[in-house]
Design a protein around this ligand. Structure first.
Ligand code: ADP
Length: 212
């Protein structure tokens, strides 16, 4: 490839990645991240990456990773960082032409947040915005236990839900501080209707990105 062509290629590459928009939907279990991610994905044509969905897929296929992850998930504990980070890395690589990513349920520890920064930096992009859904604790428990009655998710029962919320406070909440320090965190009330919460989230997203 000639020098001029290579230069042009690199410029296009940089411009392309600079145009990416990467969002984290953050919040405790039951705050509505999954539901809102689907709405956001459709409206803004971002690539949705949910570590919970990816892990449940591994569990249902009984892969070695799934068998290992299930032990933690059934106890309401976080799956080890290295497992989740490896999974995210290959998922990002699967979508080189994405308009951007929406991360749902990831990062859940400070180590995951730092690893994500490195992965995106390598791709000459970054996290642009972290939207943190805020829902009172009694409402979270009510939603999750209610979902368990129909979802068939073995971790949506009162005993495991209480552990998941405890794990959230201990390990995941500090991730909000990490992004706040970087000036990327916006808090959004998540206890209204699905439609109203979506409007609040959209208002924040549209400071960066218009519907596709
Ligand atoms: P929720 O947000 O309602 O807890 P998820 O589907 O995001 O549901 O996660 C279900 C379970 O999968 C978690 O309790 C945890 O065991 C595991 N998990 C999901 N994402 C991660 C992650 N980023 N790091 C570690 N464990 C994870």
């Amino acid at each position: 490839m000639g020098i001029a062509l290579r230069y042009l290629f690199l410029r296009c590459y940089k411009i392309f990645f600079a145009l990416m928009f990467n969002l984290i939907l953050f919040g405790p279990p039951g705050s509505g991240k999954g539901t809102q991610s689907v709405n956001i994905t459709h409206t803004y044509k971002l690539q949705h990456i949910s570590t919970g969905d990816l892990l449940r897929d591994e569990v249902s296929r009984q892969t070695p990773l799934g068998v290992e992850a299930k032990k933690y998930m059934d106890q309401g504990l976080l799956v080890p960082d290295e497992v989740v980070i490896g999974m995210i890395s290959s998922k990002i690589d699967e979508s080189p032409n994405a308009r951007g990513f929406i991360f749902d349920g990831f990062p859940r520890t400070k180590a995951q947040a730092e690893a994500l920064d490195k992965l995106l930096e390598f791709k000459q992009t970054q996290i642009h915005l972290v939207l943190a859904l805020e829902v009172p604790e009694d409402e979270l428990t009510r939603r999750l236990v209610g979902r368990g009655e129909t979802s068939g998710r073995s971790d949506d029962n009162l005993e495991v839900v209480v552990k998941r919320i405890k794990e959230y406070h201990a390990k995941t909440e500090p991730v909000a501080g990490y992004y706040h320090t970087h000036g990327k965190l916006e808090r959004v009330k998540g206890d209204g209707t699905i439609e109203n919460t979506f409007k609040l989230l959209s208002k924040e997203i549209e400071k960066y990105l218009l519907p596709a």
